[in-house]
Design a protein around this ligand. Structure first.
Ligand code: PGA
Length: 310
């Protein structure tokens, strides 16, 4: 193979990740013909086609896949090296890549604020996705740390629980059940429900609970966002099972209430997870330590509304 440059690899990596020369060009502030030329030169150096076009879509060839994996490893190593050098110079510097489950967005940005003030040389890329999306990112090794409620089984992951994440039944404040206590699941199941989209961990837990009790609930609406669900509840479309954290001071509203239902809250915890074999960057290790250390203060700082006695 003829020599290749880091620049060519960088352009190729972006094109492979996006499956598009145009989007790679946008990301790297280059023109589309420049991306094309760089990929052409790299193809020549490798001696095999790297992409194939089927219809409008761009796919990696086997050689392209191989090069893509290699490029990712190289850039990871370069980033690690930069961080190590920064650390040796007494600075914590580099990029922290976090992927978090949708409801973690209610508190992670609040932790990132003081963390970034403490380490101004750290840049953060924060991906917010649902349970299924997070597992896919983890399988692709796209991030440094993952925050989710239900880590996959298996002993190939480092898993640390750091905060409670109770799931509660949320209703409009003026709902007739709002004044009742010890509402049975049978009674609850007579209400229409709004659930998160397929692939959501919250949805799965709610459905499993009803299934375990042989209850059929009417799912009036599937919605891909906790905030949209809250609006739909206020709009009277139904009740929902949501993380209690969606009712934090930021998302709090007088128009919603937590129902007192048997079996609730469903106790869950947030976990921070990364593959065991992964060589965590200095920045990621620093954030992990910070998160675990700060977790005790997080719940207090978040001013969660008082959970009704169940
Ligand atoms: P979800 O996950 O965003 O996929 O519903 C939340 C959770 O599992 O706690």
């Amino acid at each position: 193979m003829k020599p290749v440059t880091l620049h060519q690899l960088k352009v190729f990596e972006a094109a492979a990740r996006h499956g598009s020369f145009t989007r790679a060009a946008e990301e790297l502030y280059l023109t589309q013909p420049t991306v094309s030329i760089q990929v052409k030169q790299l193809t020549k150096a490798v001696g095999l086609p790297l992409f194939e076009q089927v219809g409008k879509r761009l796919y990696l060839t086997a050689a392209g896949e191989e090069l893509y994996e290699t490029a990712k490893e190289i850039f990871d190593r370069v980033a690690q090296m930069e961080m190590t050098v920064a650390d040796l110079k007494g600075m914590k510097q580099g990029r922290l890549r976090l992927a978090v489950i949708t409801t973690a967005k209610y508190f992670i940005p609040r932790i990132l604020g003081p963390f970034c003030r403490l380490y101004p040389g750290v840049n953060v890329s924060l991906q917010v996705t649902n349970h299924e999306g997070l597992l896919e990112r983890m399988a692709d090794n796209q991030d440094d740390l993952y925050i989710l409620s239900r880590p996959p089984q298996g002993d190939d992951l480092q898993v640390k629980a750091f905060l409670d994440n109770p799931l509660v039944v949320v209703a409009p404040s003026n709902h007739p059940l709002a004044k009742e206590s010890r509402i049975s699941l049978d009674r609850l199941a007579q209400e229409p429900f709004i659930l998160r989209e397929q692939g959501s961990g919250t949805r799965e837990v709610a459905q499993q609970l009803f299934k375990d009790h042989n209850l059929d609930v009417e799912v009036k609406l599937d919605l891909g966002s906790n905030e949209a669900i809250k609006q739909a509840i206020i709009g009277g479309l139904g009740l929902s099972v949501l993380s209690y954290h969606t009712l934090t001071s930021v998302g709090a509203t007088q128009e919603l209430t937590v129902l007192n239902v048997e079996g609730f809250p469903i106790h869950r915890q947030w976990h921070v997870v990364y593959p065991k074999g992964k060589q965590l960057s200095i920045v990621a290790t620093t954030f992990l330590d910070y998160l675990l250390q700060e977790s005790e203060h997080i719940a207090q700082d978040m001013q969660l509304p008082k959970l009704v006695t169940l």
